[in-house]
Design a protein around this ligand. Structure first.
Ligand code: ATP
Length: 256
């Protein structure tokens, strides 16, 4: 489908994307355009290849073949750091957090890096106003201002997930990739997370993998369904819900 068909410019384009591990084709010819400013969810049964697809987009895996374009520029084969510098941030599940450092220090660390300050023993980082303001701004966005001096490892699980998103925001990326942001959360925590994601994805492009169909149908403008490494449908939530192939892929159950 061309960008014109989707009524917007492409933020991310996947073209003929393939990934094999040994003889096994895991991603099998994915063509997908993510339009600037949309919230796009990738769903699919376990083992469909969703995480592998994210690893390819973020540069953690190299595709076996095919191209990936960010803002029209080819990023295929670039490192995760290079891709991040071009405006794509990925939020991982907890692993990026320094548990002994405070919430403030965690965000400040990501902010320093994003603003181009490199480690310098003699620098008074407390005196960097631009870094302080940006750190405060991010803590406000993720609702963790009041927890600023708490060691990150002491935060509640849902708060750690919010901090993870804050670290991704620090890079000021235009495109945010979230991998199962609701995993392990209670219903009430997911409700908060939905609002947080809605807020931080304003003026950004969001691509997320999520198993919670309530969340997906609530948040996404468009949904792509990945089954055995192929996208079998990519459409609005209403049309995805009504799609017979999608219902079959979910073993005849209603999608939402
Ligand atoms: N590094 C790897 N080497 C070999 N096989 C892999 C590797 N990574 C993933 N796979 C295989 O690729 C397939 C897809 O895995 P992937 O984790 O991408 O699926 P997924 O859709 O994210 O699944 P889930 O919803 O369960 O997280 C699985 O069969 C998995 O075993």
């Amino acid at each position: 489908m061309s960008n014109a068909d989707q009524g917007g410019t492409a933020a991310l384009e996947l073209e003929g994307l393939e990934k094999s591990f040994g003889p096994t084709r895991i991603i099998r010819g994915v063509d997908l355009t993510i339009v600037r400013g949309e919230r796009h969810a990738v769903i699919g049964p376990n083992g469909a290849g969703k995480s592998t697809l994210f690893h390819l987009i973020s540069g953690h895996y190299r595709p076996t073949s095919g191209r990936i374009r960010l803002d029209g520029r080819d990023i295929t084969g670039l490192s995760p750091e290079q891709i991040n510098r071009r405006g794509l941030a990925r939020s991982f599940q907890i692993t990026n957090i320094f548990p002994q450092l405070s919430v403030w220090e965690n965000v400040r660390c990501a902010t320093l890096w994003a603003m181009g300050y490199r480690y310098n023993f003699w620098r008074d980082i407390d005196g960097l106003d631009d870094v302080r303001l940006r750190t405060e701004e991010i803590l406000g966005q993720i609702n963790l201002i009041e927890r600023w001096d708490m060691p990150a490892g002491m935060l509640a699980y849902a708060e750690q997930r919010a901090l993870e998103i804050g670290l991704a925001l620090a890079s000021d990326a235009d495109i945010l990739l979230l991998d199962e942001p609701m995993a392990g959360m209670s219903h009430a925590e997911s409700q908060h997370m939905v609002e947080l994601i809605r807020k931080v994805s304003e003026n950004r492009t969001l691509l997320m993998i999520e198993h919670d169909m309530g969340v997906v149908f609530n948040l996404a403008d468009r949904i792509s369904v990945l089954v055995y490494g192929e996208i079998i449908a990519s459409d609005t939530p209403e049309r995805i819900k009504a799609n017979a192939d999608v219902q079959r892929a979910y073993l005849g159950t209603e999608v939402a």
